[in-house]
Write a new protein. Structure first.
Length: 390
């Protein structure tokens, strides 16, 4: 086996640039995507057709929202920008909004949109909450005015209602009835955003998979140049030939994953949480699973060219399903979530994010590592079964 390992390591002299390129690409895409997500606020235009004090108050409340950027606009401009995709949607405050709020009737606002997505659903919840707050303020103001009228019939009811309404809205602004505080357990720093960590983990796994899969694919090159057949008739056992190739491919993947973890720590400044051994355990299990997957794919195809055509499709699709490109929390389709359970990327991300983002310890790495090892064993058995030792 040592001779096979030495042969594979010598072959790395011609492929070291690929390993370096994949590592740089993982770091580069992490930086690009993280900077794009951090501080991003989707834009929603607001068309005020009522031009009343209540519509103005609604617009002021919306402009204070931090998750979505609400901007005032006219109808023509709003329609044009939504159609061209420059903004997510436009909110229309219809004429009569002031009277509807005062009379306690059902409020109906218009939305100009091209498609339904998470941003629009979030916007609808935000607007609904603000309108409910305003309507509640009106009801309280009416009740207060009725009470004052019983005590002082000569009082100006309009002024009383206005004063009571302002008091209620000020109470919401400065004396919020509910305050939520949160603490991150067992984590040293909260400076790194979840987006940055997810991007780092996802792209590290995604790009390292190419190196691991093509690392074990040296078997196909051996077949093409008849080296495989010559090795099979040597005194070296089949297990040594296959084992040596697997060990070198595993070593390549482990080194690259290790470099990416260290680069994320020291260059990008990512806090990997309180259990580095847990991160490394998940990473090591993931490398084994993907190396075994590469062996299985090498057994399915016949040439290196066929693998070059198949591998990007398989790796990209499984990475998208597994959550390398985006968090699975935003996916609602049950079929896609079920398929995600069958990908090694999903389990690796789950284990690493539980430690790096959720403040959990080594225990969070145990189950994902077991699943990844089981996947690796299954892929390995299938790969050995379909591998031709002619």
């Amino acid at each position: 086996m040592l001779s096979i390992i030495k042969l594979r390591l010598l072959g790395l002299r011609n492929d070291y640039m690929i390993l370096l390129l994949m590592t740089v690409m993982a770091l580069g895409f992490t930086a690009i995507f993280a900077s794009s997500f951090d501080g991003y606020r989707p834009t929603v235009l607001v068309v005020d057709e009522d031009m009343s004090s209540f519509s103005e108050a609604l617009l002021n409340e919306l402009e204070d929202e931090k998750g979505i950027s609400f901007e005032a606009s006219d109808m023509e401009s709003a329609v044009e920008k939504v159609e061209k995709g420059k903004v997510y949607a436009a909110l229309v405050i219809p004429k009569g909004f002031d009277g509807i709020i005062r009379d306690g009737e059902r409020v109906s606002l218009g939305v100009i949109k091209v498609k339904e997505d998470a941003v629009i659903l979030t916007m609808q919840k935000v607007v609904s909450g603000i309108v409910v707050k305003m309507a509640g303020g009106i009801r309280i103001a009416d009740t207060a005015a009725d009470f004052v009228q019983l005590l002082k019939p000569e009082a100006d009811m309009g002024a009383v209602k206005e004063s009571a309404y302002r008091s209620v809205m000020d109470a919401w602004e400065y004396k919020k009835p509910l305050e939520i505080t949160s603490d991150a357990a067992r984590t040293e720093s909260a400076s790194s955003s979840d987006n940055l960590k997810h991007s780092m983990i996802g792209f590290s796994l995604f790009f390292s998979m190419y190196t691991m899969v093509f690392g074990i694919s040296t078997i196909l090159s051996d077949r093409q140049y008849k080296t495989w057949q010559r090795m099979l008739i040597t005194p070296v056992s089949k297990a040594s030939i296959l084992g040596g190739s697997m060990l070198v491919a595993y070593f390549i993947g482990a080194v690259q994953i290790g470099i990416l973890i260290l680069a994320g720590w020291y260059i990008i400044g990512i806090d990997w949480g309180s259990s580095i051994p847990g991160i490394l355990t998940v990473a090591a299990s993931f490398v084994f699973a993907v190396t075994s997957m590469g062996l299985m794919l090498s057994g399915v195809v016949k040439t290196h060219a066929q693998l070059s055509a198949m591998a990007p499709v398989v790796l990209t699709c499984t990475s998208m399903l597994g959550g390398c490109m985006w968090p699975l929390e935003i996916v609602n389709n049950k079929v896609l979530l079920l398929l995600a359970e069958l990908t090694p990327q999903k389990w690796a991300i789950q284990g690493m994010e539980s430690i790096a983002s959720k403040g959990m310890g080594f225990e969070a790495a145990v189950f994902p590592a077991i699943v990844l090892m089981a996947m690796g064993v299954l892929f390995f058995i299938i790969g050995v079964k379909i591998m031709k030792f002619e």
